[in-house]
Design a protein around this ligand. Structure first.
Ligand SMILES: Nc1ncnc2c1ncn2[C@@H]1O[C@H](COP(=O)(O)OP(=O)(O)OP(=O)(O)O)[C@@H](O)[C@H]1O
Ligand SMILES: [Mg+2]
Length: 393
């Protein structure tokens, strides 16, 4: 036993414990990166360091935080996954210790003008959590100019493992926040649409009804013979308002779907569309017999509604075809229109900035039921939304 090494180890572990406690409380991903690097430098008594994260899209490691020696210019620089000392730590998933980086052929050299740091001792360790390789943590230039020891390596490895978990937690938390914002946006969109439908439909009808009722009251005194005629028109308007309200309720929550299943719901939906829309609605549900899991029915029906709404809103079609075909283990729902079509790739590429949610919702609903959604469209060739769902009966 070497008491000096043991004492160093205990002191190091104490620091590690204290630092990891701080890290697990930090949920802001960007702030966490800086905290991790600063803490890694502290526990290894290093005067510089960098933290690189994997950018899966670019197949590279990216310098996300750089501390010391004007190395800030390195920030956002990319290095191939297997290049340099960091690349070795990442691709081999092991610690790499270098006593003089300047003379090491693996050392990644940034443009000389931008980095004035002479790097001697360097220690790089992989950052990975639950088998996911996230990046690399590098510390350099031990404060007293000493070499990194075995204890330093063990310590930084243990620290990196804890840091990677904290990073994963922060990433998941960030995703959760995004998901919450998305749900709030969907809710707000539904409320706006409902408000608009109520305003343009039943509310206007009711306003006319109030006027007509007043007129009828006057007529009752002045011209009782015309009263019967007036009440007829009153009844017609009231029926229309009732019909519109029921349509809105149907869109919001098609009870028939819950009570009788997908096929009757689609049939009733087609009937309603035919009554109010200028286009022809062709429905083919002949092979669709049985009931499915409620979650599946809800997702399939909602996708049909959004696909039809999109055709209504963007395509001014002459015809819409809704086909639900049931084969042994799958259900295929196809909604097709003969409108002008659109460039699907272009819309997808700019989707994040459009503020629309319909296509995204369709895809997410499909994913919830393990289905696949395919949208085929081209200018002048109409649009077809095809959903394929593996059936649970
Ligand atoms: N059947 C279609 N015919 C022509 N263009 C379509 C059709 N379906 C979708 N699009 C195009 O794709 C875009 C994205 O559709 P999406 O449903 O995501 O958004 P939206 O309908 O504009 O808004 P939201 O659905 O959020 O109310 C539409 O704005 C439209 O340009
Ligand atoms: Mg839409």
């Amino acid at each position: 036993m070497n008491p000096t090494v043991d004492a160093a180890r205990v002191a190091a572990l104490e620091t590690l414990l204290q630092v990891t406690r701080e890290l697990t409380a930090e949920l802001d991903h960007e702030a966490l990166l800086t905290k991790i690097l600063r803490a890694a430098m502290r526990v290894t008594r290093s005067s510089a360091g960098s933290l690189l994260l994997r950018d899966a899209a670019a197949d590279a490691l990216v310098f996300r935080v750089v501390v010391g020696g004007g190395g800030g210019a390195l920030k956002d620089t990319r290095v191939p996954l297997t290049q340099g000392i960091a690349g070795e730590a990442f691709s081999r998933q092991r610690a790499v210790v270098v006593d003089d980086a300047e003379t090491d052929p693996r050392y990644f050299r940034a443009p000389a003008s931008s980095v004035g740091l002479q790097v001697h001792q360097l220690l790089a360790v992989p950052l990975s959590a639950q088998g996911r390789a996230l990046g690399v943590l590098e510390v350099m230039n031990q404060a007293q100019g000493e070499k990194y020891t075995k204890v330093d390596v063990e310590l930084l490895m243990a620290f990196a493992a804890q840091s990677a978990i904290a990073l994963e937690n922060a990433r998941l938390y960030g995703e959760l926040l995004q998901e919450r914002d998305r749900i709030l946006a969907v809710e707000a969109a539904v409320r706006h649409e409902l408000a608009r439908d109520l305003h343009d439909g039943p509310a206007q009808m009711l306003a006319v009804l109030v006027m007509q009722a007043r007129l009828a009251r006057d007529l009752a005194k002045q011209d009782p013979l015309r009263l019967a005629e007036e009440t007829l028109s009153l009844e017609a308007i009231a029926s229309k308002a009732l019909y519109q309200t029921r349509n809105i309720l149907f869109d919001l929550r098609p009870l028939i779907l819950e009570q009788q299943g997908l096929r009757p719901a689609l049939e009733q939906y087609a009937l309603r569309l035919r009554m109010v829309e200028p286009f022809m609605v062709h429905l083919d549900v002949a092979t669709c017999q049985t009931r499915f899991e409620p979650k599946q029915e809800a997702a399939i029906f909602a996708i049909a509604q959004e696909a039809v709404n999109n055709a209504k809103k963007h395509a001014q079609p002459k015809n819409i075809w809704i086909d639900a075909r049931e084969a042994e283990t799958i259900l295929e729902l196809a909604v097709r229109d003969d409108g002008p079509g659109f460039d699907v790739n272009e819309i997808q590429a700019t989707y994040g900035t459009r503020g629309s949610l319909g296509l995204l919702n369709m895809r997410e609903r499909a994913a919830i039921v393990n289905g696949a959604l395919q949208i085929t469209s081209a200018p002048q060739q109409g649009t077809r939304v095809l959903l394929t769902v593996p059936l649970i009966k």
